[in-house]
Ligand binder design. Structure first.
Ligand code: FES
Length: 228
């Protein structure tokens, strides 16, 4: 088997040689960094691995998910630690599903001046600025639909010059939409009825009693949707 080509990357300023084709996350681990924070699902879903990088002779910062972005020659890497972004506290059962409610919980929303940094930063290619304007107009459904692929990495908030938190505003909108506005889902109702009727009780009981090694074997061999 042909050996992988080695390329240079820089982690916190130190140069490392790593095999071409690794993701930023696996490259960090290849170099001996143990990711305790800033790493979760490893599949682009949890948003825990938000990363900032740039290149030798090109200082412009780029943003991505470390588990998805493949390393490139002369990449300079910095893991950003989790940063506390404003998140309104609310009880979903006690809030109203309308635009005024969103503005009440996130009044700074009116400060958005449309710079589009949030959209340019989003590793999921979500039209963040557009859903912010939908939120400003009180169109919760549109926010929920446009932000559906959000993985809550927080990079949009990290780049907003007005200190807004688009990902949390989108989360509130999806919750309001899901709880109050979305039409009831027939297949979900059917599945809940099946669960309540005990259709899966025997299988769950079987799993409960299973040896860990067998559980692992079945988990590894399960059918999953392909990533692409
Ligand atoms: S580790 Fe979950 S999105 Fe990267």
């Amino acid at each position: 088997m042909a050996e992988a080509r080695m390329i240079d990357i820089y982690i916190m300023g130190s140069r490392y040689q790593v095999p071409e084709g690794l993701t930023i996350l696996t490259a960090l681990e290849y170099c001996g960094y143990r990711m305790i924070r800033g790493c979760g699902c490893r599949a682009g879903f949890c948003g825990a691995c938000a990363t900032v990088y740039n290149f030798k002779n090109d200082p412009q910062l780029r943003y991505d998910l470390a588990c998805q972005k493949t390393i490139e020659q002369d990449m300079y890497l910095v893991q950003i630690p989790f940063f506390p972004a404003a998140k309104a506290l609310y009880n979903l059962e006690e809030v109203e599903a309308n635009g005024e409610q969103v503005l009440k919980l996130y009044p700074d929303l009116v400060k958005c001046f449309g710079c589009n940094n949030c959209t340019k930063t989003c590793p999921q290619d979500i039209e963040v600025m557009w859903f912010m304007s939908d939120a400003l107009r009180g169109d919760i459904r549109e926010v929920a639909i446009k932000s559906f692929d959000c993985v809550m990495c927080g990079l949009c908030a990290a780049r907003c010059p007005q200190g807004l938190v688009p990902y949390n505003i989108a989360l509130l909108s999806r919750r309001l939409y899901g709880r109050y506005l979305a039409p009831p889902s027939k297949h979900l109702e059917d599945r809940i009825a099946e669960i309540e009727a005990g259709k899966f009780d025997a299988e769950i009981e079987e799993l409960r009693k299973m040896e860990q090694s067998e559980l692992k074997r079945r988990y590894a061999g399960r059918e999953i949707e392909p990533a692409y």
